[in-house]
Design a protein around this ligand. Sequence first.
Ligand SMILES: C[S@@+](CC[C@H](N)C(=O)[O-])C[C@H]1O[C@@H](n2cnc3c(N)ncnc32)[C@H](O)[C@@H]1O
Length: 823
Amino acid sequence: MGGGKGGNSRTQRKHFQQSRENEWKWKRPKPDPSSDNPTWTPFAIQNPAFDEYYKEQGIVSSEEWDAFVQVLRTPLPAAFRINSSSRFCVDIQSQLQNDFVHSLQAEVVEEDDTEAIIPLPWYPENLAWHSNFSRKQLRKNRTLGRFHEFLKLENEIGNITRQEAVSMVPPLFLDVHSNHFVLDMCAAPGSKTFQLLEILHRSAKAGSLPDGMVIANDLDIQRCNLLIHQTKRMCTANLIVTNHEAQHFPGCLLNRKYDKLEQDQQAQLLFDRVLCDVPCSGDGTLRKAPDLWRKWNTGTGNGLHNLQVLIAMRGVSLLKVGGRMIYSTCSMNPIENEAVVAEVLRRCGGSVVLVDVSSELPQLIRRPGLKRWKVCDKGKWLDSCKDVPKFRRSVVFPSMFPNGGSYEDIDSNCNISTEDDIVADDVGRNSEDGVQAVGNRVMLDFTEEVSDFPLERCMRLLPHDQNTGAFFIAVLQKVSPLPAIQVKPRKEVDKHVETANQVNENAQTLQINPSKSAPEEILEEVSEANINDNESNAADLNVCFLTCEKGDFKEAQEPCNVENITKSTPGKRKPQIQGKWRGVDPVVFFKDEVIISSIKAFYGIDEQFPLNGHLVTRNNDASHVKRIYYVSKSVKDVLELNFSVGQQLKITSVGLKIFERQTSCEGKSAPCAFRISSEGLPLILPHVTKQILHASAIDFKHLLQCRSIKFADFVDAKFGERAANLMPGCCVVVLSEGSRAATETPQVDESKIAVACWKGRASLTVMVSPIECQELLERLLMRLDTVKEKDSSIHVDKPSDNTRDEAPESNGKNDDVEATAGC
Ligand SMILES: C[S@@+](CC[C@H](N)C(=O)[O-])C[C@H]1O[C@@H](n2cnc3c(N)ncnc32)[C@H](O)[C@@H]1O
């Protein structure tokens, strides 16, 4: 009862709010947050520490400051991208242009000079759009309801991706080609991964898979699952999702001495492109997450700097010579941005350069990176690492300053900066005063630090330039192999690790020895996979000399892979070489010839579509395989390399689900135990020659509307007959061009509209989720120019869950489902 009451009053409140909302028309945001306007938010949208910090850093000129913070305090307009590899890409573009642009303008926007929705001018081919409505407005305003429903449905299906405009920028500068191996180091929730896959597929030859692939990695397993859900919408066979600390991402270096190398097998996992979209303080997202105003402090950015450097260094070490890497953050803070880039350049000693991309995407408004900045630690401004007292050196690193430097240099040149000296000099002062004492003395010969690197080539996107969030992007290119490195002995390493762990408890960072010897040392940590959970071996490994460059090994620089660990530590406990990672299903090549042959024969899969060697399962027990995944040649190569190096990659998801075992009674008695999954259908469709039917538009439409139709009830009786003559089990129904069903088997390509169905005793039943049925139906109606027919008689149940692929048995009605009213 009580619940009912509460629900009632909530409903009333909601209705009241909605009626208020609907009176609202979009106007320019007003500066006063307390005034009665839709931009008001309950959070304190200011923070004096933020103002002081960014004014001091000179992130914008003093004349611009008010405009900058004013926009930062208004909600972020929603933006989205059309999936360029969707078969409905053109349909969606024309729906936006011909329908929503005009209707939203007329219905919602009062001011003539403000577009309701508009393509982002800098995004290629009008594939990305900016709306002048925040997410909240989209949710709450009834006039925007149809548009909001459109966004939600298309996003769920995978035809569009809702993504912040500025977050779309880094993949564009990565210049991905279809043959590229791409590493997305910190990938979850996956909007940029999705974009990278789109670019990879779009640039591939029509009808064939790209030669390249993407590895999308994230440390957080839960966020990995989000990433898997996101990228599943892309239906790609060219993706591997891994779960590692990016700073320890495995090198998969094959020891040539111990492994028989196949002719074209890779010897190491190196990448043509690396996206390093690192964890950051995120103050560029203040418009989307206004609660960050309250939490903002200088410590967050400072605390992330070291981890960001480590991740970026791992990125460049995994990059091929000639390859491009993007370093990006959604933070405005130079300590997380320019300082990290400068440190990477410093450590790489000329083998990595900052690329001038000023001529790329000319319509994107960007600011040059800063060449000078300061560090603020506990409220004190520090101009140089000379100003950092010893007791703060574990958290304020020389790399945070424009000129970098090292504490060893300072200690050898200046004998006043140790903590003991401070105490002796400033008896009675507290530690904070100590900072001042040192600072004052160093300040006497202070000259403002300015970085020598061309950091102006970095890009800072600011909110008031084009009504977006903020972002930082640097484009790096590796021009030669990295210099050899020396890793510090474990004890020294651990001192720094503790510090980094204050920021990221999971981070097992290794610090390179900042000695003065040339060339600059390059970090190449021992990967966690190499260590293989065996802490006792880690200490030995830290004194290894490592280099990540292909063909660059010397005898003394043997890779620290599993075999070497075992060799170099006689008498010690052998590292556990697990066939799989704890808690993660194994990746197994599916080689059951009997099943593969039965699938091939049942669906008449032509020889052009290679199954052997491209099928993978996540189950060691071949007799209980439920799902079979298809992997591209590129992914297959990486998996083979991974097996050769003792499964260093912790793979949480791989490939495209293509076949699923039928588990219902009827399914089990069908001649082929596996049905085609709806994700896999577009890929295999051009190669299916049996169990395939071509339906007229009217029968296809009815099938989607009713989901199950008796053979005798199809409008085209011949089609019904052909359906009845199929073998029982899974089949494919393709929409015929023109109004009639094709009698012969025409050429089918992956752009065709098709659905997987189940041929039962007396009827045909679609095997796609209700939401996909709804989408297909709507698109079909639009294509057939019969939008007007879309009345109440055409109704498809709303989806009850997010399942993509519902076999007939999963809804409890395997066959002979009664045709519903109107069918
Ligand atoms: C800025 S977000 C990435 C956003 C993502 N690139 C996108 O476009 O959707 C940073 C991600 O880094 C992950 N992360 C944090 N520390 C990490 C680490 N040491 N290694 C790998 N990923 C890490 C977080 O879980 C988070 O998902």
